[in-house]
Design a protein around this ligand. Structure first.
Ligand code: GAR
Length: 204
């Protein structure tokens, strides 16, 4: 049994690429049913098309409000037969209507060790704060901003000579490893949520 996965993107799409690469290598037991972008110029859309994936664009400004946009997103994802969703550099807070349509079945990747540095420019926030360690987090999406139960995290050092770019690149390398692994866990039913904690069930 393979889960139907939709990927939501806004930009360059290197996490989408890591997902596609793992999938093409036979390491992800999913069926990628489509890639949805809120940005018609996203490089991620080119990556998706290059691998023969279905793409769609829904521009938020074309809808009266966040709820209407969320309803359009749900309608499209349901028309694709979506079972699980991965936000891969999707830079928009989804309306609760989307979260409720896919309860416990939406993942997000964020470039910090949450709950530190949620929101935009996480790497800049980490540098400005002066932390010695940062990293990335894959979490289940709830109605807050980067607040859902944590699935996997990876840490990287923050070096004295780091710029936002060098730190982002070090974190990104871990993102590309972590995200396919987290999707595999969700797709194979190995995540059990107990309050805020996510238990990873053993492989059967
Ligand atoms: C990634 O670093 C991802 O963690 C981050 O945007 C980048 C997207 O890169 N996401 C967020 O900051 C979400 N709050 P990509 O388009 O190359 O995958």
């Amino acid at each position: 049994m393979t889960a139907n996965l939709a990927v939501l993107v806004s930009g360059r799409g290197t996490n989408l690429q890591a997902i596609i690469d793992a999938w093409e290598a036979g390491e992800l037991p999913v069926n990628i049913v489509g890639v949805l972008s809120d940005n018609p110029g996203a490089k991620a859309l080119e990556r998706a098309s290059a691998h023969g994936l279905r793409t769609a664009v829904l521009v938020a400004a074309s809808y009266p409000d966040r709820r209407a946009y969320g309803e359009a997103v749900v309608g499209l994802l349901e028309s694709w037969g979506t079972e699980i969703v991965a936000l891969a550099g999707f830079m928009r807070l989804l309306d609760p209507v989307v979260i409720r349509a896919f309860p416990g079945r939406i993942l997000n990747i964020h470039p910090s060790l949450l709950p530190a540095f949620p929101g935009l420019h996480a790497q800049r926030q980490a540098l400005e704060y002066g932390v010695r360690v940062s990293g990335c987090t894959v979490h289940l999406v709830d109605e807050g901003m980067d607040t859902g139960p944590i699935v996997l995290q990876a840490a990287v050092p923050v070096l004295p000579e780091d710029t936002e770019e060098t730190l982002a690149a070090r974190i990104l390398k871990e993102e590309h490893r972590l995200y396919p692994e987290a999707i595999r866990l969700l797709a194979t039913g190995r995540l059990k949520v107990e309050g805020r904690r996510v238990i990873i069930l053993p492989e059967r």
